[in-house]
Design a protein around this ligand. Structure first.
Ligand code: TMP
Length: 212
C-alpha cells in the first residue's frame, strides 16, 4: 500500500501560537487537496477530551506529578488508537497541537518526573508511531506568557505554574529538538502570524518536499 499521509506535531510553551499555526497549516494542506485531520492533546478523542478537563482545570498542585504524567499518557493512547492511527491508515495528513514531547517537556523537564520513566510511558502509549516532522515554536517565556494572558476568558493550570517552570520547559523543548534534529524543526515564534506561517511552510518544503 502506498502511504501518502503524514503525521505532523506542533510543540511549544504557552502563548507560542501553536493553535493558530495548526489551523493555518491544516487550511493550506486542505486547499492543496489533501485529506487533513487537525487535532490536539490532551484530547482528540472523546475519552481523551474528558481526561483533558481533569488536567487543564483546577489548582496547579491538583495532581502528583506522576499521576499527571499517567493521565496525559492515558489520553495520548486513546488519541493514537482511536483517531491518529485510523486517519493515517486512510492516508490522511494528521496535524496534532502537542504530542509526546509535551509530556517530556512539561512533566519531565518542568515538573521533574524521571525522564526515563516519561520516555518509557510514551513508548507504551504510542508504540512505534513518530511524527514525520515536529515544529517546535519557540518564544521567550515573558512574551509567551504575555500572549497567553491576552487570550480572553480562561487561564489553564499550566499558565499559573510560575516563571521558573516555564523556563525549564522551554529549555526542555530545545533540548529535545537538539537531540532529534531530523524530526524537529525549531521555529522562532515571536513574529507575526503570517511570518511564522511562512517559516513553517519553508521548513515543510525542506523536510517533506511539499510546496504550499
Ligand atoms: P493547550 O491546549 O493550551 O496547549 O493546553 C494544554 C495544556 O496541557 C498545556 O498547558 C500543556 C499541557 N500539557 C502537558 O503538561 N503535558 C502533555 O503531555 C500535554 C499534551 C499537554
Amino acid at each position: 500500500m502506498k502511504v501518502t499521509g503524514r503525521f505532523i506535531s506542533f510543540e511549544g510553551g504557552e502563548g507560542a501560537g501553536k493553535s493558530t499555526q495548526v489551523r493555518l497549516l491544516a487550511e493550506a494542506l486542505g486547499r492543496s487537496g489533501r485529506d487533513v485531520v487537525a487535532t490536539r492533546e490532551p484530547g482528540g478523542a472523546p475519552g481523551a477530551e474528558a481526561v483533558r478537563a481533569l488536567l487543564v482545570e483546577g489548582d496547579p498542585d491538583r495532581w502528583e506529578p506522576l499521576t499527571e504524567t499517567l493521565l496525559h499518557v492515558a489520553a495520548r493512547h486513546e488519541h493514537v488508537r482511536r483517531l491518529i492511527v485510523p486517519a493515517l491508515a486512510r492516508n490522511a495528513w494528521v496535524i496534532s497541537d502537542r504530542f509526546a514531547d509535551s509530556t517530556m517537556a512539561y512533566q519531565g523537564y518542568g515538573l521533574g518526573v524521571d525522564r526515563a520513566v516519561v520516555s518509557k510511558l510514551n513508548q507504551f502509549a504510542v508504540g512505534t508511531l513518530r511524527p514525520d516532522v515536529t515544529f517546535m515554536l519557540d518564544i521567550s517565556v515573558e512574551d509567551g506568557l504575555a500572549r497567553a494572558s491576552r487570550r480572553v476568558g480562561f487561564e489553564t493550570r499550566y499558565e499559573r505554574m510560575g516563571r521558573a517552570f516555564h523556563a525549564r520547559l522551554r529549555a526542555g523543548f530545545l533540548d529535545i529538538a537538539a537531540h532529534e534534529p531530523d524530526r524537529c524543526a525549531v521555529v522562532p515564534a515571536a513574529g507575526g502570524i503570517d511570518q511564522v506561517h511562512g517559516l513553517i511552510k519553508q521548513a515543510l518544503a525542506r523536510r517533506l518536499g511539499v510546496q504550499l
